[in-house]
Write a protein that binds this ligand. Structure first.
Ligand SMILES: Nc1nc2c(ncn2[C@@H]2O[C@H](COP(=O)(O)OP(=O)(O)OP(=O)(O)O)[C@@H](O)[C@H]2O)c(=O)[nH]1
Ligand SMILES: [Mg+2]
Length: 416
């Protein structure tokens, strides 16, 4: 097969980053992207707010009831479904992989049975002989966006980045709402292809369905900045409309895999480059500072961490907001002290989404400073090397950033 232009760029960026210690993380992501493209694997995820019927839809598309569904919030772990003989395995945070029977799945991925993920499940991998999965299609069921269970929005957000195509699920029993709009606004540039499915059409009449579809179409076009969107009215329960949706995904899989993969890899590559350039800027600025100055600034960060820790311990609620405030404060302080941008992912919260426990909050707040200190420590190490090495190092990072910018400029543009 002819090597694609984007794969060449991904490989080039991977080679540039793989020996650069400032960009270990970005090199790892670029390596995984390269492998995925070489294998022509396509990841299709079902994403949407809780209870829209994502898992039921997954089962309907697969023609195999492998995913647990329910009236109460169910899916609390990312569940990947791959082609193969029917089997299930649970993967835990500590690296253990445990084969289990399908009947026992909900013990691990239902919020009710595995509260706050006390079992430490990291993901679930299922295999099904469904023809939908043939030829390297990886199907993913995700926890509901904006549900009050911790991290679910974060998990869905992260999975948007890993997906090539997304089935975004809406449902006629609830008009598209602020949480869905906000989520799409933030993530629309992450996946190359969107299929908007509108579920539960069995509970409305034709007239109401038309009104709902017209309303959604208008809103989604506006949101996505396009003239048309792919919309599929379905009932995961009765099976109505499922064939059309399945066919659309499979036809694209056959005809347009290259196109989808290209588009999605370009988006992912842009994300990797931005992150790497950001990281390099971080290094360069600090490296060109006087050693004594750097020490002073490092002390100031320590002081900030200690003050924040004390403040955090005295906190009694609104932890999501407080954590965002800490991140913003750290970013501001770093900007001031090191004259460089230090980006944190700021999680949007709604009253509904506020569920962080104090323990989690303190842990996350500590992590913010740990991460920062790890980066700062590496920079201080550089200051101990001799001047020639430091100068060469600065020249090298400048050159690397220049090359990365060149690749970024050659990528297709994004809609705003
Ligand atoms: N009437 C009707 N009910 C549906 C349909 N699809 C799903 N449901 C019901 O909606 C509820 C939620 O379904 P799930 O598939 O568990 O929803 P989910 O989006 O995976 O939920 P979470 O994993 O908790 O985010 C269940 O009671 C389903 O039976 C549908 O097409 N029509
Ligand atoms: Mg589910």
């Amino acid at each position: 097969m002819k090597e694609s232009e984007t794969l060449k760029k991904v490989t080039y960026v991977y080679d540039l980053l793989k020996d650069e210690e400032a960009c270990i993380n970005q090199a790892r992501v670029a390596g995984a992207l390269k492998e995925k493209m070489e294998n022509n694997n396509l990841t299709v995820s079902i994403i949407g707010q809780f209870k829209r019927g994502k898992s039921t839809l997954g089962n309907a598309i697969l023609g195999d009831k492998v995913l647990p569904v329910g009236i109460v919030p169910i899916t609390s772990a990312v569940t990947k479904i791959l082609y193969g003989e029917r089997r299930a395995e649970v993967r835990f945070n500590n690296g253990v992989i445990e084969p289990i029977e399908f009947e026992r799945l909900s013990e691990f991925i239902s919020e009710q049975e595995n509260q706050n993920n006390k079992l430490g499940v990291s993901s679930v991998v299922l295999h099904s002989p469904s023809k939908f999965l043939k030829n390297g299609l990886e199907f993913v069921d995700t926890p509901g966006v904006g549900s009050f269970h911790k991290n679910n929005t974060e998990v869905a957000y992260q999975y948007m980045k890993e997906s090539d195509a997304v089935i975004f699920l809406l449902s006629v029993d609830s008009p598209i709402n602020e949480i869905e709009i906000e989520f799409l606004r933030r993530t629309k540039n992450f996946a190359a292809k969107f299929y908007f499915a509108v579920n539960k059409i069995d509970i409305v009449d034709a007239e109401d369905l038309k009104a709902y579809m017209d309303y959604c179409r208008k809103l989604l076009c506006q949101l996505m900045g396009t003239d048309t969107v792919n919309m599929f009215p379905v009932s995961a329960k009765t099976g109505e409309g499922i064939k059309e949706l399945e066919k659309a995904v499979l036809t694209d899989r056959k005809k347009a895999t290259d196109e989808i993969l290209e588009g999605s890899a370009a988006l992912k590559l842009r994300d990797i480059i931005d992150s790497a350039i950001n990281q390099l800027g971080f290094y360069r600025k600090a490296m060109s500072m006087e050693y004594a100055e750097l020490d002073k600034r490092f002390d100031a960060i320590e002081e900030l961490a200690a003050g924040m820790k004390e403040e955090a311990e005295g906190c009694s609620g609104g932890f999501e907001i407080k954590l965002n405030e800490i991140k913003l404060k750290v970013a501001e302080e770093v900007q001031e002290l090191f004259e460089m941008e230090y980006l944190y992912e700021i999680e949007e919260t709604t009253a509904f989404g506020m569920s962080m426990t104090k323990e989690e909050f303190l842990q996350k707040a500590a992590q913010v400073f740990d991460d920062l200190k790890t980066s700062l420590n590496s920079i201080l190490l550089y200051r101990e090397e001799n001047a020639y090495i430091v100068i060469r190092r600065i020249a090298n990072t400048n050159l690397l950033a220049k090359r990365l910018r060149e690749v970024k400029r050659s990528l297709p543009g994004l809609s705003e």
